[in-house]
Design a protein around this ligand. Structure first.
Ligand SMILES: *Cc1c(COP(=O)(O)O)cnc(C)c1O
Length: 369
């Protein structure tokens, strides 16, 4: 390094993160064809494909922003070990980015973390250790480990939203509006996403206000999650204490990054409906002719069809963008496996019939209605 000024390592690390981005950003925005029975061409649905990040999940974007923020804050320096608390996509992205920056990375993982994820953390150059306390306590354990090692705790529930807001890079919302600028409806009617840390919905909601767009933000929420009841009741610290079955979205309690005031509508989606929509997306007979999306995208599609049907009823034309957070690959033996779905007591059949009717007739009427 020619410039050994006091911030030389940080400057070089930020440069490496930017270079890393250049290869994959913006992530693609693709049309999702509606069934021909429905489509009159005046409603268009798009998928923002966040599975195109190098580690296959939208968490890559959040973790990248957290690294940039912690480096700018001086919390991560040359030789600072980085610790995360999860057996999910944040750990895989954390391992990849720590490796890029030459930093040690350890994930404290909950006891039931699939061996496949552990193998991926290792392949990305990271380490993992099982949490010794109940799953809800892995965050505390990781924080303590970071303190013992003089390391940095990558707290995605606490910090992702703030990091994305402050990192000064183009956000997912900047990308979406840039990509829609040449489309028939450059300003969509709706953007649809799930809520995990809350960072993505907060980023989109802020963008809409800052830019004065008429687009509304809809969040989809799975069973057992605290977000829908918190949004509907106005009780910001709502807790269900129950885990979500849809990976990446839905939480037992509201997280600090959740900004209910910028969300126009929260749509609660039954888990069996998420599975039905997931199967439809992944099947060759589905709207995209086989889109290898993960379960949370099924949830988002269910919410999207609800909105599209409302638009059609009201005679509204325009676009709807749904965020695809990850790919099907990690879920072949779980959510995409009929035996696993049955073992969870879920019956997607009635919801599959709803989708089938929609595809055939263009009529959206859920069997409960
Ligand atoms: C994390 C996640 C989300 C939600 O994003 P947040 O910004 O954390 O709210 C949606 N889909 C998938 C697949 C995710 O992993």
């Amino acid at each position: 390094m020619a410039t050994e000024h006091p911030h030389a390592w940080a400057a070089d690390a930020i440069r490496r993160l930017r270079e890393h981005d250049r290869r994959t950003l913006p992530t693609p925005l693709r049309p999702l064809p509606l069934p021909s029975a429905f489509a009159r061409g005046d409603i268009r649905v798009y998928v923002k494909d966040e599975s195109a990040h190098p580690t296959g999940s939208m968490k890559h974007r959040l973790v990248r922003a957290m690294f940039a923020q912690a480096i700018a804050d001086g919390a991560i320096q040359r030789d600072t070990p980085v610790i995360a608390a999860t057996g999910g996509a944040v750990a895989v992205a954390g391992a990849r980015l720590a490796n890029l920056l030459g930093l040690d990375f350890t994930a404290v993982v909950p006891a039931k973390t699939p061996s496949e994820v552990l193998a991926r953390i290792e392949r990305e150059g990271g380490r993992w250790q099982p949490g010794e306390r109940p799953p809800a306590a892995v965050q505390e354990e990781a924080r303590e480990l970071a303190a013992r090692l003089g390391g940095h705790f990558l707290d995605h529930f606490g910090d992702a939203e703030r990091a994305v807001a402050g990192c000064g890079e183009p956000t997912i919302a900047d990308e979406i509006f840039g990509q829609l600028s040449d489309e028939p409806y450059p300003i969509p009617e709706w953007i649809v996403t799930g809520i995990g840390t809350g960072a993505t919905s907060a980023t989109v909601g802020r963008h809409l206000r800052r830019h004065g767009h008429s687009t509304r933000l809809a969040a989809v929420d799975p069973e057992n999650s605290a977000y829908f009841p918190a949004w509907a009741s106005g009780c910001a610290d709502y807790a269900t204490g129950m885990p979500s079955r849809i990976p990446g979205i839905g939480r037992p309690r509201t997280e600090p990054g959740f900004l209910p005031a910028v969300i126009d509508l929260v749509v609660p989606v039954p888990d069996a409906a998420s599975i039905a929509a997931l199967r439809w997306l992944n099947s060759a007979a589905g709207p995209a002719g086989g889109l290898a999306a993960g379960p949370a995208t099924g949830t988002a599609l269910w919410g999207t069809l609800h909105l599209v049907a409302r638009m059609r009823e009201a005679g509204t034309r325009g676009g709807v963008v749904l965020v695809m957070g990850d790919t099907a690959d990690p879920y072949r033996t779980t959510h995409l496996d009929p035996g696993w779905v049955r073992s969870q007591g879920l019956d997607p059949a009635p919801y599959e019939a709803d989708l089938e009717r929609f595809a055939r007739t263009g009529e959206w009427r859920t069997h409960r209605a």
